[in-house]
Structures are given as C-alpha cells and as structure tokens.
Design a protein around this ligand. Structure first.
Ligand code: GTP
Ligand code: MG
Length: 370
C-alpha cells in the first residue's frame, strides 16, 4: 500500500536492517527486509527508537474531494429536499417530526415506526421530503453545525409561549452560514400565553421578516401537539423545494453523511447515513470517516429492507468494522481494498491532527473540513 519497506525504514533511521528486524520481532511484528510495513508498525518502531515520524500522506490520497465526480447537467435529476428541524431545547422539534410522521404514515405501516430516529422520509401529495431532527442542547453545537451542512431547508421551531432563545439564535446563524432557506415554525400556539406576533417581532432583529411586513421569510403558526397548521407547513416546504429545484445524479457511486452511529449488541456497528449523491447498494464497499466496511444490510426509517437507496434517502446500514461519528463523510469505492486503504490513511491524518496539541475547532473550521 505504498508505505516503506523494512530496509528503507532502517536506512531512514540510520540503523542496521537486521537490528530493525529484531526489534520488530520483539514488538510482535514479523518482517523481512523487503517487506512493506504498515503505518502502525512504522510508528511503533519509531517511537521505540524515540524518533518522531512525520507520516506524510499525499494530501490527495486521504481527501475525499479528489473523488468528486463531475456531473453533466443532464445527469442531474430531481431529488427530495432535506429539511432540518432546529431550535431551542423543548420548543417542540421532535413532537413536530412525530406529528408529521404519524399524519403521513399509512395504516399498514404504522406498526413499523421506529421510535426516535434522527432521520426519516415522508410522502405528501406524491412528493417526498426527508427530515432530520437535531437535539436542542447546547452541547450538540457541532452536530447542529453538521446538520446544517447536509440540509437544503431549515425549519426554525420557536415556542410561542417562550420566545427567541440562545439556541434559536444559534440555529439561525447556522442556517445563514450554510446559506440555507429558513422557514420559521411558531409552535405551541395552542398554549395559554402564546403570542406568535411577539415572536415575529423578535425575529426581525435577526433579519427574519415575514412577508406581510415586507420581508421574505415564511412564518407558519403551528401546534405540533394539537396538529394544527401542519398541512400548511408541509405545503410551504414543498413550495420552497419547487423553487430551489434540488437535484443530484443518482447514477454513480454513493456519497453521503453519517447522521448517527452506534454499537448495536446484535448487529454490531450501525450507522444511519443520509445519501446525498449517487445510489448506495447492498454489497458496496465504503469509507465512513476513518472506518470502512461493506454494506451487509440496509433498511429505511420504517425498518423495511432496501437493496438500493438514491439521493436524499436516509438509510440504516450494517457491515461496518467500527462505529463512525455523526457528521462523518461517507463515500463508496470500487472495492474493499481501496476503501480500507483510504480509511487507514484518514485515520493516520486524524491521529496526527489530534496530536497537534490543543487544536481549537471553531464553527468556521467545521464548515471548511466537512
Ligand atoms: P429537545 O430535543 O430536547 O431539544 O426538545 P424538542 O425541541 O424536541 O422538544 P419536544 O418535542 O421534546 O417537546 C418538548 C415539550 O413540549 C414536550 O412536553 C411536548 O409535549 C411539548 N410540546 C411540543 N409541541 C407542543 C405544542 O404544540 N403544544 C403544546 N402545548 N406542547 C407542545
Ligand atoms: Mg427533540
């Protein structure tokens, strides 16, 4: 895989090859002089000699951008919008998603609803919409930042009885930084003391001005709990989607983003991935962050097994070797060997950047790196 042979490494360290071989043996690595060492063995050996190795991986080998394929205009087909629900803690994001989902699930499917999934798809008037839920706690800043990157439209939920709060403002900033259209859903209008007009007024400070006041922000008054105004909100989403004409090429290897991942006792590592380009198929080899794998099984948000999944589809996949992180990029390669080698190189780059003490990650950095 294009690293160093034992001989080359010995030379670089100014040591005898036979000594290096002995040392390697001592460290549990059996090797001959012409054998290529993997990155871990090189680092192990170097640290044993108290030598700092700088593993220079050609940038193009571990960056995903190089694998970006150019799409001709005629390859691009319409795809469902990806809508992220953001807002302050307890303002009703999950309740809203549950309500939309229940309203739009047919009888037969109702039993199959999985509780609390972060990503799912509904169909309204024969048009699909993909929704992503985001946690409202301050600790989830980075996840929300990433959420904003995979999204086409942001719905900012504001509880009418509470008002514009810190995470409301943060969500607005994320959406603006990602240049994503915003729809404001003023929630809990059923509650006593709810004052939607006050919310509208407060949001003008953040340049979200309703149409009736001469601005261009769509405001919808809703009650997620009482299911008031949901139809109108969904119509508004479809309207924005129609204007924006979201497209992707379904006829290529898949790329996407990990939304959630965990270790399942029975299934092993499980990842929920939003497919953004191309089509993912069972058996495909992929890299997710610094992990790799082959799609063993794939199910949609209702637990239905899929053989393939196109753009804007959230899927749950098994067949990973490790658990990736939420926000990790996901990309399919031609074979498992290639996927493994890319994943390993990415792991080394990550380790190096982690060793660079006190790397501060700002929101801007997040946008740059993903
Ligand atoms: P986090 O995920 O913790 O950020 O919260 P969330 O925004 O997802 O809020 P969640 O949907 O969990 O709702 C919080 C509380 O508000 C729950 O007790 C809901 O029942 C209640 N709630 C949500 N929507 C409405 C509504 O329209 N009217 C009323 N009266 N209560 C609501
Ligand atoms: Mg929630």
């Amino acid at each position: 895989r294009g690293t160093m042979t034992v001989g080359e490494l010995a030379k670089a360290l100014h040591k005898d090859a036979s000594e290096v071989i002995k040392k390697l043996l001592f460290l549990g690595v059996m090797a001959t002089i012409n054998q290529e060492l993997d990155l871990d063995a090189i680092q192990l050996l170097a640290s044993d000699y108290n030598v700092e190795v700088e593993l220079k991986i050609p940038v193009e080998e571990d960056k995903f951008e190089q694998f970006e394929e150019h799409d001709e205009a005629e390859d691009l087909l319409g795809r469902p919008p990806v809508v992220t629900i953001m807002g302050h803690v307890d303002h009703g994001k999950t309740t809203l998603l549950d309500a939309i989902r229940k309203t739009n699930v047919t009888e037969g499917e109702a039993g199959g609803i999985t509780q609390h999934i972060g990503a799912y798809q509904v169909e309204i008037h024969n048009k699909k919409i993909t929704f992503l839920d985001t946690p409202g706690h301050a600790a989830f800043t980075s996840m929300r930042a990433r959420g904003a990157l995979v999204t086409d439209i942001t719905i900012i939920v504001v509880a009418a009885d509470d008002g514009v709060m810190p995470q409301t403002v943060e969500a607005i900033n994320h959406a603006k930084a990602a240049k994503v259209p915003i729809i404001v859903a003023v929630n809990k209008v059923d509650k006593e003391g709810a004052d939607p007009e006050r919310i509208k007024q407060a949001l003008t400070e953040y340049e979200l001005v309703p149409e009736e006041w001469g601005g261009d922000t769509i405001f919808c008054n809703i009650s997620a709990k009482q299911r008031i105004g949901l139809e109108n909100l969904l119509d508004m989403i479809l309207l924005v989607a129609e204007v924006q004409e979201f497209k992707a090429n379904p006829n290529k290897r898949a790329r996407g983003t990990v939304i959630e991942a965990e270790l399942d006792k029975g299934k092993g590592p499980v990842a929920r991935v939003l497919i953004q380009h191309g089509t993912l198929k069972v058996g495909d080899s992929f890299v997710a962050g610094v992990c790799f794998g082959r799609v063993r099984a794939m199910v949609n948000d209702r637990g239905k097994r899929l053989k393939e999944a196109g753009p804007s589809t959230p899927v749950e996949i098994t067949g990973l070797t490790e658990v990736p992180q939420a926000g990790d990029p996901f990309i399919v390669f031609e074979d498992e060997r290639k996927a493994r080698s890319i994943a390993e190189k990415r792991a080394v780059t990550l380790r190096q950047s982690e060793m660079g003490a006190n790397v501060r990650v700002t929101l801007d950095d997040l946008y740059k790196h993903i």
